[in-house]
Design a binder for this molecule. Sequence first.
Ligand SMILES: NC(=O)c1ccc[n+]([C@@H]2O[C@H](COP(=O)([O-])OP(=O)(O)OC[C@H]3O[C@@H](n4cnc5c(N)ncnc54)[C@H](OP(=O)(O)O)[C@@H]3O)[C@@H](O)[C@H]2O)c1
Length: 253
Amino acid sequence: MNFSDFDQKSYKPQTELLKDKVILVTGAGDGIGRAAAKAYAHHGATLILLGKTTGKLEQTYDAIEKAGGAIPAIYPMDLQGATPKDYQKLAEVLTREFGRLDGLLHNASYLGTLSPIENQDIETWYKVQQVNVNASFMLTQSCLPLLKAADSASVIFTSSAVGRKARAYWGAYAVSKFATEGLMQVLADELESNTKVRSNSINPGATRTSMRADAYPAEDPSSLKTPEQIMPVYLYLMGADSCNVNGQALNAQ
Ligand SMILES: NC(=O)c1ccc[n+]([C@@H]2O[C@H](COP(=O)([O-])OP(=O)(O)OC[C@H]3O[C@@H](n4cnc5c(N)ncnc54)[C@H](OP(=O)(O)O)[C@@H]3O)[C@@H](O)[C@H]2O)c1
């Protein structure tokens, strides 16, 4: 595998990088997803904000509107309980409203509880795989016709350091991120020859969000990069500058 490092400092996205693009972000109400939705809107995209908590999605909506971005769409959806029918319905709504999808950022994730495999709670294992892997698979599958309808489309999966090199006690979450890398690669290989859809992953690295605080409660959050600071790679992979990048695993830091 080629885990290329992205040079955050040298990448300067054009202001209109994502002009008129239609982009769906999962987990758009908080943390990295919220920052990505705002950054994409700032660069000209119309966003579909998908997430669990409607109030948080509304906050992202308000921030985008206040900053002068295109009015986004809010799509509340709990990826834990969503069924194939729910994804089909979402695809139908998107087809009706937009007719295509230029970008899909799989960002929402569930950390679960860190524990040794020996003690891993089985119910938690299922829940983690459902949100982090099964939901990404079903959402990708239902959106593929929309992605193929775009002139050029980007699917971005969110990985983690523990999805590339495993670490003790990260159990269900680490395994879900390895599966995420696998899904990204299988998709990239399938799309390589006959479509203009590309598939890549990002490892955000340690970032100041509530998920990070849950995993490292004793850590000083001010020592970490903010979601806004890691946006260059999210913009690079979403925009035309990466049109020939497929099947790659990038690092945000
Ligand atoms: N922060 C880091 O240091 C770090 C490091 C490596 C990888 N990552 C990855 O980066 C991504 C973003 O994480 P983050 O740090 O920004 O976490 P975060 O602030 O906790 O945000 C996670 C987002 O996922 C949404 N979400 C969780 N469960 C969901 C469900 N069942 N249905 C729909 N949405 C759901 C949350 O919505 P609600 O708020 O409504 O629950 C929230 O918007 C994740 O894939 C994570 O694994 C983060």
